[in-house]
Design a protein around this ligand. Structure first.
Ligand code: ADP
Ligand code: MG
Length: 428
């Protein structure tokens, strides 16, 4: 009897998870809650929202789910893992207490300071006037972070005092992110290049995925407002083997030891957002799940079965087996609705996905799509993650953009420079 696996979420990351899990000989059936049309080929879509904790628990109990894999952070921070564990069910994802690593920037910064883990110097404030006074004495640019979850909008890297004070007031007085703005972190602005370092962990042992890099801003050359992520590639040459070794020794190992010492061991997927300057990695933040869109290019490189890794994390006994990785680079180009991350319209018919996949070495992962009268239409800001593999990064980028050219809808937008940083670092 094979396993029944439930994937929670509806984005490109979760489509990539479903696609990869479907390749496992251990798995008999996959459910996605709520999922998206791209997943329907491999998974039964379950009409339960990813933040409906009682609904997810009832579904998992009622259908005797063997393993639940949680894509997004919000249900983890809200305690989905704890609820499933109470029912005796296996779940790959941290407890609510451990998910504070993403759910509270104050928690994380204090932990990093306590265990001597490299990160930007900071102060914490729960009073807006105090924070304002301090910010006005801070050198520019100054970084201000709302404590709690803010859907990627809770951080300002302010170049002027006006901007800094305006953001503080939005967060702490107007409470535009609700209770997430009860406290703020004010920290030094780090310089360097960002990269994502994602590991599987049972709380003690660590099995890292290959390195990757996201593209946060909407515009070419990292300009314009932040988004959920406009593209990613793997590997990221900025993370040299030496940087990787340092990240392990100075960041991940002491962090996991700290979490154990605090009585909140971390089990699941741990994502370090790192700033790397002159070969020294520092922590910008942690996420408690796979990156989106990093998961898409990472899973395209992963040759081993993902399911044993997810199971072992859930069971709290990761073996040293490691994983087999395709040495060829991969690139994911996000195609978004025109206007995103601002206002945009939905419901435009999408054409060309099969044509794009016919190129070979291309997987198109759905994010914001829906079926309307049997036709695929746009249904979100980030619509598709067009993901390609090839012999070197330049060819992977070219293949990815050739695939993108075959796909279209009214107002479709993507960045034209995904992967360029790797080329600038001399990767071929
Ligand atoms: N101390 C810092 N120095 C420079 N840039 C920063 C710093 N902290 C955050 N940033 C920038 O802001 C982005 C968002 O911050 P992050 O801590 O990752 O929060 P979140 O992902 O929750 O919005 C980062 O990807 C980075 O570009
Ligand atoms: Mg981030």
């Amino acid at each position: 009897m094979g396993l029944k696996v439930l994937v929670v979420g509806s984005g490109g990351r979760e489509h990539a998870l479903v696609w990869k899990i479907a390749q496992s000989p251990l798995v008999e059936r996959i459910y996605a809650a709520p999922g998206n049309p791209g997943m329907a080929k491999h998974a039964a879509l379950v009409p339960v929202a990813s933040d409906d904790l009682p609904g997810l628990r009832d579904f998992a109990v009622g259908n005797r789910i063997d393993l639940t894999v949680v894509g997004p952070e919000a249900p983890l921070v809200a305690g989905l893992s704890d609820r499933l564990a109470q029912e005796g069910l296996l779940v790959c994802g941290p407890s609510a207490a451990a998910a504070q690593l993403e759910g509270s920037k104050v928690f994380t910064k204090n932990l990093l300071a306590k265990y001597g883990i490299p990160t930007a110097d900071f102060r914490v404030f729960d009073d807006c006037d105090d924070a304002e006074q301090y910010v006005l004495t801070h050198r520019l640019p100054v970084v201000i972070k709302a404590d709690g979850l803010a859907a990627g909008k809770g951080v300002a890297v302010a170049a002027t005092y006006e901007e800094a004070v305006a953001f503080l007031r939005e967060v702490m007085e107007k409470r535009v992110f609700g209770a997430a703005g009860e406290k703020v972190v004010v920290e030094d602005c780090l310089t360097g290049e960002e990269a994502s370092y994602i590991v599987f962990t049972d709380g003690e042992k660590i099995v890292p995925l290959p390195t990757s890099q996201d593209h946060k801003r909407i515009g070419d050359g990292d300009t314009g407002p932040n988004t959920g992520g406009m593209g990613a590639y793997s590997p990221a040459p900025v993370v040299t083997p030496e940087v990787e070794r340092k990240a392990m020794k100075t960041i991940f190992e002491p962090l996991l030891a700290g979490m154990r010492a605090e009585g909140t061991p971390f089990r699941g997927i741990l994502y370090g957002g790192l700033m790397i300057e002159r070969g020294e990695p520092k922590v910008l933040e942690f996420n408690v799940r796979f990156g989106d869109p990093e998961a898409q290019p990472l899973f395209l490189r992963l040759k081993s079965d993902l399911v044993p890794l997810l199971l072992q994390c859930a069971q709290g006994k990761l073996t040293d087996a490691g994983m087999e990785i395709d040495p060829r680079p991969t690139v994911c180009i996000v195609m978004a609705s025109g206007g995103y991350p601002g206002a945009y319209r939905k419901g435009f018919p999408i054409a060309g996905i099969e044509d794009a996949e016919r190129l070979g070495g291309v997987q198109v992962f759905h994010a914001g799509t829906a079926l309307r009268d049997g036709k695929l239409v746009t249904n979100g800001g980030r619509v598709l993650g067009v993901t390609a593999v090839d012999k070197d990064i330049r060819s992977a980028i070219e293949r990815g953009y050739r695939a993108v050219e075959r796909i279209g809808w009214e107002g479709a937008y993507c960045r034209s420079d995904i992967g360029k940083k790797a080329l600038e670092r001399g990767a071929v």
